[in-house]
Design a protein around this ligand. Structure first.
Ligand code: TXA
Ligand code: MG
Length: 351
């Protein structure tokens, strides 16, 4: 793998004519040389490369240390780029595009002839989304090709929601990061498969089941049984990997504040440094070596927005063990709990 002096290219997304911004041009020049650069999206930062180039895709996998059987999402800035990328679009998929694009919804469609085999990891389908972020859209347009982009973290780490997170993980491994500030949604896009009228959620994310039902019709949206049932493989290859893990062991606690505090006290008496993942409402209630709030419990969107940043903060604090609170599995809470359960490797203690 080549080594780079990773540059940070600051761009203000409210500027006009972003496509002509020198830093956007710079990013697109690297992309046109089939190198890969990190770009902000509305969900998390992505590591972007030319979706038609085997070399670019190889570099994405190398820079992240990603298993090659895990396919990538292709990002477009204009519906005309679907040509050659997908071979057909069902009526329901069209409805979803109209309702949610640009936005945090990825749609898995039959693959077209003009997409690198490496993007789809040999599958007959390709995952596509149009991000709702001015900078991401400008980089795609300036590059003139659809961009394959996984989250711009090292494989297994929490996804990056700031340019600094990307820098921590990929410094020296990529030529540059387009720095557009913190991302908004904070968790990744919802990935759906759409065969006929039925919409199957393969990965919960920024768009909720309830929002999808409003467009696809009630009863028309189901969740991949492989997400909840350990005996069944998830349909989305990425969902089987350990993910989003902080350095220290992480356990979720489904119980009262007092119960969680007792667990912490026991471990601290044994000489361990303990971290607690909570929300702003309870940040002053707990006693531990490091208490980190992720947003506000009364506003689940704010929890999603700050979740990965909080998980990363424990690494700096250098704790031996982390305990985290659970959240109701409704709305964006489904995505929050999916990520938390993955970062805890499924470890939950019930009161
Ligand atoms: O919000 C997002 O989706 C971010 C930003 C950068 O766009 N991207 C992202 O990419 O989260 P990544 O690579 O970290 O996750 C992509 C997920 C993986 O779980 C992968 O297995 C799944 O999408 N996926 C990709 N292509 C697929 C396909 N053809 N069929 C089923 N699942 C697919
Ligand atoms: Mg990822």
């Amino acid at each position: 793998m080549k080594s780079f002096q990773t540059e940070r290219w600051a761009v203000d997304k409210t500027e006009n004519t972003l496509e002509n911004h020198p830093h956007i041009i710079q990013a697109s020049l690297w992309i046109n040389e089939n190198e890969v650069v990190a770009i902000p999206t509305e969900t998390v930062y992505g590591l972007a490369g030319n979706a038609r180039s085997d070399d670019a895709i190889k570099r994405i996998f190398e820079a992240k240390g990603r298993p090659s059987d895990n396919p990538l999402i292709v990002h477009i800035s204009d519906l005309s780029q679907l040509k050659g990328l997908v071979s057909s679009v069902s009526d329901t998929a069209k409805k979803l595009m109209t309702a949610f694009w640009p936005g945090p919804l990825t749609i898995v469609l039959p693959k077209g002839e003009n997409v690198s085999e490496r993007v789809t990891a040999g599958l007959s389908t390709v995952a596509v989304r149009m991000p709702d972020h001015e900078i991401a859209l400008a980089v795609i347009s300036a590059s003139g090709v659809p961009l394959a982009a996984p989250s711009a973290n090292l494989s297994g780490k929490p996804s990056p929601t700031s340019a600094q997170h990307v820098y921590e993980d990929l410094k020296g491994r990529i030529p540059g990061i387009v720095d557009g500030g913190s991302t908004g949604v904070g968790v990744e896009s919802t990935v759906v498969e759409c065969t006929g009228d039925l919409v199957t959620i393969l990965r919960p994310g920024g768009i909720t089941l309830e929002e999808l039902e409003k467009v696809a019709g009630s009863g028309q949206v189901v969740v991949d049984p492989g997400l909840e049932n350990e005996k069944q493989a998830p349909k989305s290859p990425g969902m089987k990997y350990t993910h989003y893990a902080p350095d220290a062991p992480f356990v979720l606690v489904d119980g009262s504040v007092e119960f969680l505090q007792r667990l912490v006290d026991q471990e601290r008496e044994a000489g361990k440094r303990i971290g607690i993942l909570t929300t702003e409402e309870r940040a002053d209630v707990y006693k531990a070596d490091c208490v980190i709030p992720a947003g506000n419990r009364s506003n689940p969107e704010s929890v999603a927005q700050h979740l990965y940043e909080a998980l990363r903060a424990f690494n700096e604090a250098g704790v031996d063990q982390i305990f985290g609170e659970v959240f109701p599995k409704t709305g964006v809470g489904v995505a929050i709990m999916n990520r938390l359960e993955k970062s805890a490797g499924g470890n939950i203690i019930k009161e």
